[in-house]
Ligand binder design. Structure first.
Ligand SMILES: [Zn+2]
Length: 355
């Protein structure tokens, strides 16, 4: 029995699901569990992340899925930055305690009406949407890849003071989300500290096609410069600000956290920029550019040489694009699906993979 670094549990169609739901297909649950098996390899933490997963029949026709962080915490013991909201999944790890008790950390709603592809191989046919990819994407938001920036269109709610064109943050409070604190424009002006909240100047920034996430780990994964965020000239509620820029990152190994998923597209790894963003906001994670596997490994495993995985599948699913999986001697009765460039190497002795 493997002891993974980050435990998850899923409540399929929990009582908190808002719209009418219908029974989860078994193969959708299998794909969901596969996505979890990837995320659990990439992050460290010992507080179980509970997910309410809804299989809905009443969602808008163009919405694949959406995620809500169930609660946000600030100024808890272990918080890296004061007066800042942290998604509860992260706050629990940082505090080393279950701050929200027995309630779920995130809720992910899926549109049951889409033509989903439930295969695990990423060979998604044209006309179908890759379910594993969407689960990975939505889970990333639930882990805290989400900002509180809003742009006011002058009507409706979920916005600022009602003045058209204003930008604001804090979800009605005086405190930004952890993700917000790293946002800046192309002139290195930080959105939180350089602009009023709310203000028309901030609204202009949010629709400028010129926003970046300036954090040390995100930058390192992007060749040393801040990665571009999605900030189209027309504010796109739920998509603007809280995604990587499509034009920059579609077709790259960072495509998972762009805002739109084309049919036939698949991405079974978040990419190192998204991981860098999560690390910048506070997640602890192993460096998986080199991943270690040993058939004889027992107990806690995180893919480091000190705590190797015991299956090659885990190594292959965890390793960063272009990285190396070091495989210890032994026989691995496994079937591998390899989605991205990587090197598989023996780590001394003979490793036999396959059946
Ligand atoms: Zn998204």
């Amino acid at each position: 029995m493997d002891i993974q670094s980050l435990p998850f549990s899923v409540n399929y169609n929990s009582a908190s699901c808002p719209n009418p739901v219908t029974a989860w297909p078994t193969n959708a649950q299998t794909a969901f569990n596969y996505a979890i098996s990837i995320w659990t390899l990439l992050l460290n933490g010992d507080q179980t992340i509970e997910i309410n997963a809804c299989w809905e029949t009443g969602m808008g026709a163009t919405t694949l899925a959406s995620t809500g962080v169930e609660s946000w915490y600030r100024n808890f013991t272990g918080a890296p930055v004061g007066d800042t909201w942290y998604a509860v999944a992260l706050a629990n790890q940082l505090s080393g305690s279950d701050l929200n008790g027995g309630t779920a950390e995130m809720r992910i709603r899926f549109n049951s009406s889409f033509t989903w592809y439930y295969g695990l191989d990423g060979n998604t046919p044209a006309g179908q949407h890759d379910f594993v990819t969407v689960v990975l994407h939505e889970m990333t938001h639930g882990l805290g890849f989400a900002g509180s920036m809003r742009w006011d269109n002058g009507t409706g709610d979920d916005e600022c003071s009602g003045t058209t064109g204003e930008g604001c943050w804090g979800a009605g409070t005086a405190y930004p989300f952890a993700y917000d604190r790293f946002a800046e424009n192309g002139s290195n002006q930080n959105l939180i500290t350089s602009f009023g909240n709310p203000s028309l100047a901030l609204g202009t920034q949010l629709t400028s096609n010129n926003l970046f996430f300036d954090g040390p780990n995100a930058n390192a994964a992007n060749g040393g410069s801040p990665p571009t965020l999605f900030a189209p000239a027309t504010w796109n509620p739920g998509s603007s600000f809280s995604h990587l820029d499509d034009g920059t990152f579609n077709g790259t190994f960072h495509a998972l956290m762009t805002h739109a998923l084309a049919n036939g597209e698949s991405a079974h790894h978040p990419g190192t920029i998204a991981l860098g963003i999560l690390e910048d906001i506070g997640w602890d994670m192993p460096d998986l550019s080199d991943v270690y596997v040993d058939a004889g490994a027992t107990g806690y495993e995180d893919g480091t040489s000190a705590h190797p995985f015991d299956t090659v599948v885990e190594g292959v699913n965890a390793v960063y694009p272009g990285g190396t999986v070091w495989i210890g001697p032994g026989t691995y009765t496994e079937t591998l699906i390899i989605h991205r460039p990587m090197t598989l190497r023996d780590n001394g002795g003979t490793a036999t993979i396959g059946e």
